[in-house]
Ligand binder design. Structure first.
Ligand SMILES: C[S@@+](CC[C@H](N)C(=O)[O-])C[C@H]1O[C@@H](n2cnc3c(N)ncnc32)[C@H](O)[C@@H]1O
Length: 265
């Protein structure tokens, strides 16, 4: 299977997201474990794991990790990054219908991956699978882009993302290719779908640039919809915050961080 929008970008994904501090994010995950579980889990699933940006820090902290993603290209990057951390189980599966061998103590789903589910029934299917594969009281930690962000930050804006090389007198100090990404958004408030048109330019060894284009879509969900979908899946919402310091959400919060637990008979 393939995951639309995560083909060519997989090669440069980590360079474009290099500023995201996953180590601090992993600390937040562990603080949630300590706050809401009697003991830290042994086995953790990173859902929509992408290139393993959260899977790897958690594996280094000693958790047995499973990474599930719908893009073979993203998983190939994850597999290559995990060379010195053997034992991670990488599964190419859709997060709306994934299957594991048994239950896990916690599930993470990071960097607005759930916004890639474009309908409420798809979100509900995913939450039902999450509930199915969590231990009783197991934790589900995920984040979503907020309506404020779709309306006021993404809107109909265009951005250029660059992986800048550091130069000194002798030339670039690191041996890696430069990457530029042109990123054009269109948010439709009627459908609540945001279209992202990405054009990637990767520098090749001969100095020329390879262009590849990707189209991605995210769906904007309201807090009420997310709460109701969690409840319908028997996932009890324990908290929602605006950052990794457990700060309350405000009108201008751009990312909601949720923690829920599986209620099982
Ligand atoms: C923004 S990336 C986040 C990746 C990773 N969690 C991170 O923090 O870097 C979104 C990921 O969701 C995956 N994805 C999107 N729709 C999916 C689906 N239906 N099933 C499984 N994975 C999906 C994409 O392949 C991509 O790797």
């Amino acid at each position: 299977m393939g995951c639309e929008g995560y083909g060519a970008i997989a090669r440069v994904y980590d360079k474009l997201n290099a500023e995201i501090d996953y180590e601090t994010w992993a600390e937040f995950v562990e603080r949630c474990f300590d706050r809401f579980l009697p003991t830290r889990p042994e086995l953790v699933l990173d859902l929509a794991c992408g290139t393993g940006s959260m899977t790897l820090p958690l594996a280094r902290r000693g958790y047995d990790m499973i990474g599930v993603d719908g893009s073979a290209e993203m998983l190939a990057e994850a597999y290559a990054r995990a060379e010195e951390i053997p034992g991670i189980l990488w599964l190419l599966q859709d997060m709306r219908s994934f299957e594991l061998y048994g239950t896990v103590g916690a599930i993470t789903c990071c960097l607005d991956s759930l916004n890639y589910l474009l309908t409420l029934p798809d979100l509900q299917r995913c939450f039902a699978c999450v509930h199915n594969y969590l231990d009783p009281n197991g934790l589900f930690l995920f984040d979503m882009n907020t309506p404020y962000k779709f309306q006021n930050v993404y809107g109909n804006n265009a951005y250029i993302l660059e992986d800048e090389l550091v130069w000194d007198e002798g030339g670039p100090t690191e041996e890696r290719a430069a990457v530029f990404c042109g990123w054009q958004n269109h948010f439709d408030p009627a459908t609540r779908i945001c279209d992202f048109d990405l054009s990637l330019f990767e520098e090749l060894e001969n100095g020329s640039y390879r262009r590849s284009d990707e189209h991605q879509q995210e769906r904007c969900y309201s807090m009420e919809e997310i709460r109701a979908a969690l409840e319908a899946a028997h996932l009890e919402l324990l908290g929602v915050w605006s950052d990794w310091q457990f700060s309350p959400v405000t009108e201008t919060t751009e990312r909601w961080y949720f923690c829920a637990r599986a209620i099982k008979p």
